[in-house]
Design a protein. Structure first.
Length: 763
């Protein structure tokens, strides 16, 4: 029999079917049974066979059940498909969602059966084997559906001592999370170790007294007894392969792959650490050492509960109880009482919750009435401070002037750049605008919008009697949030500058405001962020300098080295600017504020002009920004990508190792800048017009900022698709990029530069 890698899909009977339609998956193998009963070990053994590939746990049917499995197909396929393909379980398969979609469409329907067949077919196609299998223990609850969809399937149903099964379940990450310390509000009787024991014990009984019992005489089902498998592996494995109609390969007992080892560097959270250990153990030599570990892991009371619930089923399957009948009866009684108390607590909590909802509605109506009275009082001239700054209403600067009828006492308003629609090119790697994501996320615009993105108006306004406040959010890494209240006790609603509930709290707790006659405030949210400082704040300062309005500018007292270095490079002394006291709000009798669009070309292009970029010699360097020292959004396969770049003359740069001035100098000399999505790309501000910017980004988290920035600066923007890795907030995830996609972009870049007579010699 040929080794797995020498079995081309197209050369197998199934391969000919898969190439055309997803309608058949030939005699698939399903591994079922209670969780922690040896299903992972069994998957590892079967996947080591040259003709077989067994998927990781898909949990497909449980997920489909939430989307209408009983109806046969999702009512809203597009919504379902977006949800399913963004799910961790689908990403675990590491298959091409577009390829799956092609197979689904070729079948002519969107049924769950077609979707599942297509997913299995694509996984098989990727694996290059003759036969596919799937392992999800919980699919034992959906056996009738699987038999209906795959009448020729073969089912391996695992069995293990329930005491060992449950002891192992109690060590899993999901059980440990549920067993976190309880509070009165969370409930004290549910989510306990005893409740977990009872749940898994009943599940074990259901698996064998109902699910397996109904199929015990079905020739398509084979029971794999874990204890037999680990005590005499070869005999049991031979029997399994005989049942599956596959030749026995002795290598499966020795040459099994730890599939998680290669992904070690990308896994940072406790869930993946647990999975890494679990999957790693399944690849080790088979051993019977763990058969009786449950005796150390479980207390006598816990054993009594398990044997009390599982006793009859255990004995029918050959497992001898360790406790007397009297103690088992006592354990069963404990389980009954625990279950009854837990159910009572749930009913009580539901009743209390209903009462809280009613009280909340009443409280909400009272609060709405009070806020209405507060707003009337403020409108009639009562200071908002009398009400603890509650009920503050927001308005734009334009609405403020309209409301005041442009009266002279309201201040002055001057438009510098009127609103304007951009006309930007597509990314060089994108052929159609429709291929760009239209998800606006929290950015307020999308990749799809950038080609015709509207740049908002640039204005400078001076208004009287304003109160400025701010706070740092400890839950968001001490991010800075400012807000401005005007003379009418309304909050200015500006980009990145908005009154929030914590501002009211801050004002109530603050000392009397410091007072200034005149000041210019240009500071926005998270000014300390490198990207925000360069794209939002530095252009504003340069505009103020151009307008001769630097004298009254206020700088924050807490600044990064990059902020001060950037000012010094402009010939400005950071220490010569006035600042504010972080412990006191600021009242300004005549306040100048700016309204700007962060990606307005006229503003952003002030930066390279001011830093001498336009006068620099033609750039020649090719730079790759590495995030090896970063704590998030790293390129986890950088070791695979760098060998593609290094021979072409790229320099690998860690921006953390360079001073701000060194970063500016490097960018002035850079003709090609490549990097994974991250703040380092913001330095393209200091590149000469026409620089090639290659961003590796995940379009399932479609942050269009660097595309918009490159377009505003007149650069050539290249987008290379990457995949996010990890189960955490999108901003924290690492990236993985396909080496073939990077290579294709580099080849296209060579052709592009040749066609446009540019000098960047890429390959």
């Amino acid at each position: 029999m040929l080794p797995r890698r020498e079995v081309p899909v197209a050369d197998t009977t199934l391969g000919k079917i898969l190439t055309n339609q997803p309608a058949r998956v030939h005699s698939p193998i399903f591994i079922l049974g209670p969780g922690r009963s040896g299903t992972t070990l069994l998957r590892s053994l079967l996947s080591a066979h040259s003709r077989l590939a067994i998927t990781p746990e898909t949990h497909f049917l449980a997920h489909a059940n939430r989307w209408g499995l009983s109806q046969g197909a999702p009512q809203d396929f597009e919504a379902y498909w977006a949800d399913y393909t963004s799910w961790l379980r689908f990403k675990d398969l590491d298959i091409d969602a577009d390829r799956c979609r092609e197979r689904i469409e070729s079948a002519g329907n969107h049924s769950f059966q077609t979707i599942f067949r297509s997913v299995l077919a694509v996984y098989q196609e990727k694996s290059g084997v003759a036969r596919i299998g799937e392992k999800t223990p919980g699919h034992s609850a959906y056996i009738p559906t699987l038999l209906d969809w795959f009448p020729d399937a073969r089912f391996l149903f695992t069995q293990r001592d329930p005491r060992a099964v449950i002891a192992s379940q109690l060590k899993t990450w999901y059980v440990k999370e549920r067993l976190s310390p309880r509070s009165l509000r969370q409930g004290l009787l549910n989510g306990t170790r005893e409740q977990e024991l009872i749940f898994f014990a009943n599940d074990w009984v259901e698996n064998f007294q109902q699910r397996w019992a109904a199929r015990a005489n079905d020739s398509r089902f084979y029971k794999v007894v874990y204890e037999d498998l680990v005590r005499d592996p070869e005999t049991e494995i031979r029997s399994i392969f005989t049942f599956l109609d596959e030749d026995f390969e002795a290598s499966v007992m020795e040459e099994r792959k730890d599939e998680f080892a290669s992904a070690d560097s990308s896994k940072q959270n406790h869930i993946d650490e647990w999975r890494k250990g679990h999957l790693g153990r399944s690849a080790k030599p088979i051993s019977a050492d763990s058969l009786l570990k449950w005796k150390k892991d479980l207390s006598s009371t816990e054993v009594a509960i398990i044997e009390g619930i599982c006793g009859d089923a255990m004995q029918s399957l050959g497992y001898k109880p360790s406790l007397s009948a009297r103690k088992r009866s006592a354990g069963k009684a404990v389980a009954s009482v625990t279950t009854m108390l837990g159910a009572g607590e749930k009913r009580g909590r539901r009743f209390a919750s209903s009462g809280r909802r009613q009280a909340s509605k009443v409280r909400g109506r009272v609060e709405d009435l009070l806020l209405s009275l507060i707003r009337v009082g403020v409108e009639r001239g009562i200071p908002a401070s009398r009400f603890g700054y509650r009920g503050i209403q927001r308005e734009t600067v334009q609405q403020y002037f309209e409301r005041n009828g442009n009266a002279s006492q309201a201040g002055t308003y001057r438009t510098i750049h009127p609103q304007k629609r951009a006309s930007n090119p597509l990314p060089v790697t994108i052929e159609s605008r429709d291929a760009l994501p239209d998800d606006q996320g929290w950015w307020g615009y999308s990749f799809w919008d950038v080609p015709e993105r509207i740049s908002q108006e640039t204005y400078i306004a001076t208004v009287p009697d304003c109160l400025i406040t701010w706070y740092k959010d400890a839950n968001k890494k001490d991010d800075f949030y400012p807000a401005i209240l005007n003379k009418d006790w309304c909050a200015f609603d500006m980009r990145e500058l908005r009154f929030r509930p914590l501002h009211a709290v801050t004002l109530r707790q603050s000392a009397e405001p410091a007072r200034l006659k005149k000041a210019t405030w240009f500071i926005e949210r998270v000014y300390h962020n490198h990207s925000h400082w360069l794209t939002a704040h530095l252009p504003r300062l340069l505009l103020l300098k151009e307008q001769g309005l630097l004298d009254d500018v206020i700088l924050p007292p807490e600044r990064t080295d990059a902020i001060d270095d950037s000012l010094r490079m402009l010939g400005l002394d950071p220490d010569s600017f006035q600042t504010y006291d972080p412990a006191r709000p600021l009242f300004v009798e005549e306040l100048t504020i700016l309204g700007t669009d962060r990606f307005r070309p006229e503003l952003l292009q002030l930066v390279p002009q001011a830093f001498g970029v336009d006068d620099a010699p033609p750039p020649q360097r090719k730079v790759f920004i590495s995030r090896l020292k970063a704590h998030r959004r790293r390129l986890i396969n950088e070791d695979e990508i760098w060998p593609l770049l290094e021979p072409l003359g790229f320099e690998r740069v860690l921006m953390e190792d360079l001073s701000f001035e060194e970063q500016v100098k490097l960018m002035r000399e850079t003709a090609v800048l490549a990097a994974p999505h991250g703040a380092g790309l913001t330095n393209m501000l200091f590149c000469q017009k026409g620089t090639h910017i290659i961003e590796m980004a995940d379009l399932s988290f479609p942050n269009p900022n660097f595309y918009a920035l490159a377009s505003a600066m007149g650069h050539h923007y290249w987008l290379v698709h990457a995949t996010s890795v990890g189960d955490m907030h999108p901003l924290e995830k690492d990236l993985q990029v396909d080496a073939a996609a990077v290579k294709a972009a580099l080849i296209k870049l060579q052709q592009f530069t040749a066609d446009t007579n540019q000098s960047a010699d890429i390959v």
